[in-house]
Design a protein around this ligand. Structure first.
Ligand SMILES: C[S@@+](CC[C@H](N)C(=O)[O-])C[C@H]1O[C@@H](n2cnc3c(N)ncnc32)[C@H](O)[C@@H]1O
Length: 195
């Protein structure tokens, strides 16, 4: 597998368990920043009814396509080239999902992402976002504070995002935060619903 992620191998089942009820009742998911495609492969294997639309930027897209084409699962649409700052697909999805991407992209990209969500979600559609976040300006662990230093050294525009700023962004863009689930390894799963 190209771009294989150990973290994905560890977090895929806890994320699946947290989302399984919601995924069982819907038909389509757009994943932003799919990376290796490990989450798509893991979730889809357990929910064959689901149309899971992977996407990523140019840097990841070819490897993502190759990983999915080597899988036994037939429910994948061809992965899309999707940079959140550029053209999004025309269709709407029951869920938009992303993991470990908001701290990689710039804050301007996070703003652009939130501005697109409502227009690409079905009625009552969900936006689910997994990763580390800060609360009231504080990291939830020393390891997340270290992670922030590593991120900033690599790209000053990246960084662990503030929960409150994201909540405000949701409010501003027609989304209501309906869940904030504590996950293993000092991560959270944030879930918004289109209103
Ligand atoms: C750390 S990887 C996470 C990959 C995978 N979701 C996971 O959990 O392992 C960060 C992802 O964010 C994506 N990303 C960064 N900037 C982006 C942008 N402007 N638009 C869409 N995706 C972006 C990267 O291409 C990459 O797939």
């Amino acid at each position: 597998m190209f771009n294989y992620s150990e973290a994905c191998a560890r977090n895929q089942q806890p994320i699946y368990a947290a989302l399984a009820d919601k995924l069982a009742g819907i038909e389509s998911v757009l994943e932003l920043g799919s990376g290796s495609g490990q989450h798509a492969l893991h979730f889809s294997a357990q929910l064959p009814h689901l149309i899971w639309q992977c996407s990523d930027t140019t840097a990841y897209l070819e490897a993502l396509k190759r990983n999915l084409s080597q899988s036994d699962t037939s429910s994948f649409a061809e992965p899309l080239l999707l940079d959140v700052n550029q053209q999004w697909p025309a269709q709407r999805f029951d869920m938009i999902y992303t993991a470990n991407s908001l701290h990689i992209m710039s804050w301007d990209s996070v703003l652009n992402l939130f501005a697109q969500l409502k227009g690409h979600l079905s009625k009552d559609g969900l936006f689910c976002c997994y990763g580390p976040f800060k609360y009231q300006g504080e990291f939830t662990s020393a390891s997340n504070a270290q992670f922030e230093l590593w991120l900033k050294g690599r790209d000053p525009l990246s960084g662990v995002r503030d929960f409150e700023a994201l909540q405000q962004l949701g409010d501003k863009n027609g989304l209501r935060l309906i869940d904030d689930i504590k996950m293993p390894a000092n991560n959270q799963l944030l879930i918004w619903q289109s209103v």
